[in-house]
Design a protein around this ligand. Structure first.
Ligand SMILES: NC(=O)c1ccc[n+]([C@@H]2O[C@H](COP(=O)([O-])OP(=O)(O)OC[C@H]3O[C@@H](n4cnc5c(N)ncnc54)[C@H](O)[C@@H]3O)[C@@H](O)[C@H]2O)c1
Length: 332
């Protein structure tokens, strides 16, 4: 198989490409990535020399860049490329509408022309918040942040291209991922690296928000299965069923790192902050997937990875990120 992966220099995309190269010895990968602030070629340094891997710097919103990537003749296209940070979508929604909606449209147009299979990497956030129970794939999309709304827009475009033009496409909606190579604006790497730097951790509100934490390798195995076995026109939820409040998550990190509650700095809550995400996963389980990593082991492993890879995250935190962080959190 020839896989065109967009956004492969980001957190999940890079873990996915590594999994594909390890587990499918016949597959070749072309990674199309714009290299925004979140895209980091260091995430794939170890596979750069693999003859089955190639890279094209380009923008999924740009028809020429997309056309060039499709000229490589992929069998399947997997769209990870997106603006992904909810906080940034609150201050700069336009970037999200462009990449997450227009970019997906550009890819779909080429998919329609070339008749290749398409997979949209979506999120559990498209369903909005749920106080009890879990969303199924049939639940209505009720996104609450500009990020979630632009991802929902992309999902609906994919659905419409299946219904209208008969393209072959699947959608995967995953819960919160964690693990190696996650950009340190996201809560787990932010908190772990702050503690490694001797800083405090900025906790939104009272830390009551609940997220379902899915280890990135488990997610990538699920995505790979949906890509190869999912039924066209269908969406598949991917979740670990390991729900934690942000306060529980913070305390678990503090405990692993031998720090006390004095390291917590409460900060004003995010605007429109969804209280709880939860997805029902029987559909992907019927394909033969289940998560392997329990939360405690996954978190231990993740903390250890950031301890061992200061050379990866220190340059990020001292670059563009420093100004972003200072504007947001001051001297925390
Ligand atoms: N991280 C999570 O917990 C999570 C959960 C569910 C779904 N998702 C989805 O998974 C996908 C990947 O998320 P992530 O956390 O790895 O994101 P990320 O922010 O780490 O990486 C995004 C990547 O996309 C690239 N990119 C951005 N705009 C682009 C453009 N216009 N053209 C080409 N490349 C572009 C960036 O350079 C970067 O490499 C996203 O679609 C996201 O919505 C993420």
């Amino acid at each position: 198989m020839r896989l065109l992966v967009t956004g492969g220099c980001g957190f999940i995309g890079s873990n996915f490409i590594r999994l594909v190269l390890e587990e499918h010895s016949e597959d070749e990968v072309l990674n199309l990535d714009k290299l925004t602030y979140a895209g980091n070629p260091e995430n794939l340094r170890d596979v750069e020399g693999d003859p089955r891997y190639s890279f094209q710097q380009g923008d999924i919103c740009d028809a020429d860049d997309v056309g060039k990537a499709f000229a490589w003749n992929p069998d399947m296209v997997i769209n990870f490329a997106a603006e992904t940070h909810v906080d940034r979508s609150i201050t700069s929604p336009e970037d999200f509408v462009k990449t997450d909606v227009l970019g997906t449209y550009r890819l779909l147009e080429q998919v329609r022309e070339m008749g290749v299979r398409f997979m949209q990497i979506s999120t559990d956030e498209v369903y909005g918040s749920i106080s009890e129970g879990s969303f199924s794939e049939e639940s209505p999309l009720q996104p609450n942040s500009p990020y979630a709304a632009s991802k929902a827009g992309a999902d609906l475009l994919v659905r419409s291209y299946v219904r209208t033009y008969g393209i072959d496409a699947v959608i995967a909606r995953s819960s919160n991922n964690y693990g190696p190579y996650q950009y340190p604006e996201k809560v787990i790497p932010l908190f772990v690296t702050n503690l490694l730097e001797g800083r405090r951790v900025p906790l939104y509100g009272e830390g009551r928000n609940i997220r379902d934490w899915l280890y990135v390798r488990d997610n990538c195995r699920g995505l790979d299965l949906v890509l190869r076995s999912g039924q066209s026109g269908e969406a598949y939820n991917v979740g670990a069923g390991q729900e934690k409040t942000n306060l529980e998550l913070t305390r678990a990190i503090l405990e692993i790192m031998g720090k006390g509650e004095e390291s917590i700095q409460n900060v004003p809550d995010r605007l429109g902050h969804d209280l709880r995400y939860s997805v029902e996963t029987s559909k992907i389980k019927a394909l033969g997937w289940s998560p392997r990593m329990d939360f405690e082991s996954g978190l231990q492993r993740t903390v250890q990875w950031y301890r061992d890879h200061a050379a990866w995250w220190e340059p990020i935190k001292s670059g563009e990120f420093r100004r972003y962080y200072a504007e947001k959190y001051g001297d925390i």
